[in-house]
Design a protein around this ligand. Sequence first.
Ligand code: AMP
Ligand code: GLY
Length: 421
Amino acid sequence: MNVMVIGSGGREFAIGRALSKDTAVQKIYFAPGNGATERLGENVAISDYEALAEFAKTQGVDLTIVGPEGPLVEGVVDIFKAHGLTIFGPSKAAARLEGSKVYMKNFLAKYGIPTARYIETDHIKTAYKFIATLGVPVVVKADGLCAGKGVIIAQSHDEAKKAVGEMLSGAAFGDAGRKVVIEEFLDGYELSMFAICDGEEFILLPAAQDHKRLLDGDQGPNTGGMGAYAPTPLVDEVIYEKVKARIIRPTLDGMKAESAPFEGVLFIGLMIVNGEPLTLEFNVRFGDPECEILMPLMQTPASELFYKAATKQLDRLHVSFSKQYAVGVVMASKEYPYANSTPAEIIVDEIHHPEIAQHAHICFAGVGSQDGVLMATGGRVLVCVGLGESIREARDRAYMLCGQVHYAGKKLRTDIAYQAL
Ligand code: AMP
Ligand code: GLY
């Protein structure tokens, strides 16, 4: 089988890495890929989706897997399907679960799926009235995609009103903020769950916990994620069953009823409040760095899993998971998340220690390649992943590997998985 992976980050590297170990896979294309994916396959520099579909056809690509939300929201899946290609990911219509918070909240309300109490509006007076009924903090969300910056946790009613004003006027996020969702603040602990869906059936993956803040102890600004681990002991069978029955099942049934059946990865951001899971957000793709730690826990060959999901055959697939734990530590560049850093050469020591050689690996993300030399070029440069029989063992191996990687301006959190230790 020939497979194409759309995207360029550590998530896409992790999917490519799993495919590269899969005996059913002959050739892997990355569009556009990064400086390290070209070691796993061929990078393709075609950004127009029609042209990319043509390329996939002429190269005999049997399956395409989409990593990031951007191409999904822009309809890459619809374009590939119109060309008769097999592609894993949601249609443009289904991707609105991530692309529009208003759509998502209204969908949850319509199908009785648990979430925070809210209103959606484009009217400032309506917004002010609802804010007055809430305690503090107040959560204000821009409707559209804002690169992870569209959610404000306002500590006072005045701050919430100011945020709403800046969003509705277009000053904060342009058109993405012309509508807002205002909701009550939920006080609990956050988890991410991922379901591989084929429109009807789903496979729920082990729950993961991400570390969004830049600095140790969950301090500093929000980032795309500085590290993650799975499975988390914060989830038991009771919570898994509640998430399946109250959130995932009705979401798949509801999306079908809306004529937008959900195929692809449903990423459920959850807040657990007094043992009850509430939906904070949906994303329509794998998390990054969650994908990097979940891929090595899946024992089913990646091509089979994604192909069956893309062709509505999940009911005929049994996925087995490793009994191990995985911890991923992100190594970022000096100015992340504020600005780009000067490109710097990456040196990885020769790894002699069997502990790291056998139980840890690197997923490359923001890297380029210059005359065969890997350069740190992006904000999140790479993820060191450790596997082990316990979270502690997995974490120790991930950090041992971090110690073998060098580049100017290297930056990482030292407390990944602390909640579980
Ligand atoms: P979202 O993109 O909607 O997941 O929001 C980003 C982050 O804001 C979440 O990961 C939570 O940490 C926080 N958040 C969003 N909505 C709420 C809420 N209703 N209550 C508490 N925290 C929230
Ligand atoms: N790590 C969170 C995300 O990918 O959105």
